[in-house]
Design a binder for this molecule. Structure first.
Ligand code: NAD
Length: 482
């Protein structure tokens, strides 16, 4: 879909059901070519103020008066529209983020699934009755926070909007969404579809802009009652500090250095595609990327060889060519990743993929790199590279594997491959992560599966039914009737 045929204006903000053009804009870049292809709005504190006011008005108006079942119906209609436009949304996302078309399409389908899931869940969160003193009836209510702030990164805009805005709307909150300045088009596309589906004005507001302007204004705003942040650890710390000043709850979905642990008895034929794909998906710009592969020593060389063969065949090129790997999001991200790869020094570079001939010179391409014999304490094995690179590390036994796997500050996702069922269950308990995959690796996938981290990977859970608890407040009502 050429950008001049979009069903929304990429340079506008969406506040209180109105599309507004701002005097200041930011450049819109295609990462596959590095070329400027348009402009987006540069929202700031004034637009955030207006968006919070519009959200408050929505809560006091038709949106706030809707029953849970009615909210579910609106979400179902949004999901149907997203599904109908999935191909267009995929092209928009591929162009904006640089991800291969099939990944962008999977993201569009996930956005539709989040709407379907939360449409069905909207009227299913029940309170409880609590046995108490004689003469009392006590029960609990689940109520919306009010205005919720959502700050989203550029790597999976549709999936992250789906999981956080979807759950927040299902619970009856009114949302102010600040998408990333690098990729905000599908946030606007989604808002236009939500409008078309009949979402009342002000229930969803979208303000693109810079993190330190629109983002910081949203986190500092006293009218915002809950913050959902997905992004880097450093900015997450700023968001949590801002939330502390206003004493509001915050969900932090941050980075990771997720391991897949491969025991000697693993079914390698089945494991191999998961080991590699979970590292190079979205050019490694995935919070739950399996960036560390831990292999029992007796099969270490074999796994490195087999992964290297796959790496050697990986093709990198423009998003719309739909190859294995697309460009990175920006020149800045490319420089960061190349800086990490330069650290490899004398370490064994087991294999690299190839940038295809004819890939535009201005695109932000990095050939995927498989690094073997990297010590578990090396920076490459400790820090989030956020690019197409994986390290492969040998281990001796379960204790050793556990110590290495749990030996970073992060704890987002972990995988374990073994045909020994007892060991699989033991490892699931021992691995320090918010999600553990046994004999598979979902890279955070699964709309139904609660997701979130421990340690530097953040706190709070989104996705699945669990998210509804985070996006609501429990009220206890004690009635005395004698
Ligand atoms: P980032 O933290 O730089 O930006 C994320 C968002 O925060 C953007 O919308 C940005 O504009 C905004 N922001 C920046 N400065 C801000 C400020 N001072 N106040 C408020 N908002 C501000 O992260 P990024 O580089 O865009 O994304 C990459 C990071 O996100 C990686 O660390 C990755 O692991 C993490 N991530 C985590 C998950 C998860 O679910 N756990 C998912 C995707 C990405």
């Amino acid at each position: 879909m050429p950008l001049d045929r979009l069903w929304f204006d990429p340079a506008q903000v969406f506040i209180g059901g109105r599309w507004l053009t701002l005097p200041e804009t930011l450049p819109l870049e295609d990462p596959s070519t590095g070329a400027a292809i348009g402009a987006i709005a540069r929202g700031g504190a004034a637009e955030i103020d207006a968006a919070v006011a519009a959200a408050e008005a929505a809560l006091a108006g038709p949106w706030g008066r809707m029953t849970a079942a009615e909210r579910g119906r609106v979400l179902a209609r949004i999901g149907a529209l997203v599904l109908a436009r999935a191909d267009d949304l995929a092209v928009i996302e591929a162009t904006d983020v640089g991800k291969p078309l099939k990944q962008a399409r999977a993201d569009a389908l996930a956005l539709a699934r989040y709407m379907e899931f939360y449409a069905g869940a909207a009227d299913k969160l029940m309170g409880e009755t609590i046995p108490y003193l004689d003469g009392y009836t006590v029960y609990t209510l689940r109520e919306p926070h009010g205005v919720t702030g959502h700050i989203v990164p550029w790597n999976y805009p549709m999936q992250i909007i789906g999981r956080s805005v979807g759950a927040a709307l299902a619970m009856g909150n009114a949302c102010v969404l600040k998408p990333a300045e690098e990729a905000c088009l599908t946030a606007l596309a989604f808002a236009r579809l939500a409008e078309e589906a009949g979402l009342p004005a002000g229930a969803l507001n979208v303000v693109p802009g810079l993190g330190e302007e629109a983002g910081a204004a949203l986190t500092a705003h006293p009218g915002v009652r809950h913050l959902s942040f997905t992004g880097s650890v450093g900015v997450g710390q700023l968001v949590q500090a801002a939330a502390a000043r206003n004493v509001v709850p915050v969900t932090l979905e941050l980075g990771g250095k997720s391991p897949q642990v491969v025991f000697a008895d693993a079914d390698l034929d089945r494991a191999l595609p998961f080991l590699v794909n979970a590292g190079i998906q979205n050019a490694g710009q995935t919070c739950s990327a399996a960036s560390r592969i831990l292999v029992e020593r007796s099969r270490y060389a074999e796994v490195v060889d087999r992964m290297a063969a796959r790496y050697g065949a990986l093709k990198v090129g423009p998003a719309l060519s739909d190859l294995d790997v697309g460009p990175l999001i920006s020149a800045r991200q490319k420089a960061l990743v190349e800086g990490f790869l330069a650290l490899a020094g004398d370490l064994t570079l087991a294999a690299r993929g190839q940038v295809v001939e004819g890939a535009p010179a201005g695109g932000h391409y990095v050939a995927p790199a498989l690094l073997a014999d990297v010590g578990p304490d090396h920076r490459l094995a400790q820090e989030e590279i956020f690019g197409p690179a994986q390290v492969v590390i040998p281990f001796d036994d379960e204790d050793h594997a556990t110590a290495i796997a749990n030996g970073t500050g992060y704890g987002l996702v972990a995988g374990c491959w073994t045909e020994n069922g007892s060991r699989a269950l033991r490892m699931a308990k021992r691995l320090r992560a918010g999600q553990v995959f046994l004999n598979n690796y979902g890279a955070g996938g699964g709309v139904e599966l609660p997701f979130g981290g421990v340690g530097l990977s953040g706190h709070g859970r989104e996705k699945g039914f669990e998210a509804l608890y985070g996006f609501s407040v429990l009220k206890t009502v004690a009635a005395h009737h004698g």
